[in-house]
Design a protein around this ligand. Structure first.
Ligand code: SAM
Length: 231
């Protein structure tokens, strides 16, 4: 019988089944899977296993993330939602009182993302380009967290532009940097240093920077914070 225990991050759980430990979130839409993940029931609750091979946020938690800004009631702007794998777990964590504005520009992925929202009312899908936040500004309310996983050449700039548009002092940025989308040839540490410097130059303090290998090759997960008003 699998056993479920709360993780140190509220809204995240650890499921132990025989010798195997997995991350999980408590499902906001019981009976439904989003990407074929395993469901586990215990004590009248249903939990969805959260794969670190399918979600960079789960990989970052596995690799020792120390700050988890996304919690119950959080208002999150999520850039690069794809078909909603990580978005669905964030939706479980923030619960009915929170909201995930999920931006995705691929029509194909967005179709699946929109399908997800029939059973998850806290996910607002936005089919738009994350490089142009003013286009979706009329739909998005103030948020405390911008999560960015768009695999574009100027990831740090895109994060900052969105934080500047939707956040104020104290807001969090979470960024999955894919080095090879930024530059296919340069030394990856130089690429990371450049992106981190861009964030700092914009007044964002780097809280942590985690290498996601071997779960994700050539990726770093960054948590940063607006320690001054963003201008
Ligand atoms: C690595 S996938 C995201 C995976 C997703 N975050 C997850 O963990 O479930 C990157 C996504 O970003 C989207 N994307 C890339 N550039 C974008 C942009 N400028 N605006 C919106 N979405 C973008 C891609 O279409 C793709 O679906």
């Amino acid at each position: 019988m699998p056993s479920v225990t709360p993780h140190r991050f509220a809204g995240v759980f650890t499921v132990k089944d025989r010798e195997q430990e997995s991350l999980a979130t408590e499902s906001l839409a019981p009976g439904k899977t989003v990407y074929g993940e395993k469901l586990v029931s215990e004590g009248g609750h249903e939990y969805r296993l959260w794969s670190p091979r399918r979600s960079k946020l789960a990989a970052a938690i596995r690799k020792g993330l120390s700050e988890m800004p996304i919690r119950k009631g959080s208002r999150v702007l999520y850039l690069g939602a794809a078909s909603g794998t990580t978005v669905s777990h964030c939706s479980d964590i923030v619960g009915d009182q929170g909201v995930i504005y999920a931006v995705e520009f691929s029509q194909r992925s967005a179709r699946e993302l929109i399908g997800l929202t029939t059973s998850r009312k806290n996910v607002i899908p936005i089919v738009e380009d994350a490089r142009h936040p003013t286009r979706y500004a009329p739909i998005v309310g103030p948020v405390e967290i911008v999560y960015q996983d768009v695999a574009q050449p100027n990831q740090a700039e895109i994060l900052y532009e969105n934080m500047k548009t939707f956040c104020s002092f104290g807001a969090w940025g979470m960024l999955a940097i894919k080095a090879r989308s930024i530059d296919s040839a340069s030394d990856i540490n130089k690429i990371y240093t450049r992106e981190l410097r861009t964030l700092e130059e914009h007044g964002l303090e780097i809280v942590e920077s985690i290498d996601l290998s071997p779960l994700e090759k050539d990726h770093r997960f960054i948590v940063c914070r607006a320690t001054e008003e963003l201008t």
